[in-house]
Design a protein around this ligand. Structure first.
Ligand SMILES: [Zn+2]
Length: 75
């Protein structure tokens, strides 16, 4: 089982965030097969509380289950 990247959190991760520093874009995606150092994996609780840092844009790369508030944050 993959656990949330947040320190002290034991919840199961269900989303991955990849920070693209060159373009200041955060890719939101399903969990990847391999955990990589620059990819954050969050549980549902921390994902719901996640907000992009100032100056960053969110790019949801999942096809189907898009969360409404992602668009609000990205806009
Ligand atoms: Zn968590």
């Amino acid at each position: 089982m993959r656990s949330c990247t947040r320190s002290g959190c034991q919840e199961k991760a269900h989303i991955s965030l990849a920070f693209q520093y060159a373009t200041s874009v955060i890719w939101i995606d399903h969990l990847h097969d391999q955990r990589e150092s620059h990819i954050y994996e969050l549980c549902s609780k921390h994902w719901q509380r996640f907000a992009a840092p100032t100056g960053w844009n969110l790019d949801d790369r999942r096809r189907a289950d898009v969360l409404p508030f992602v668009h609000r944050l990205a806009g």
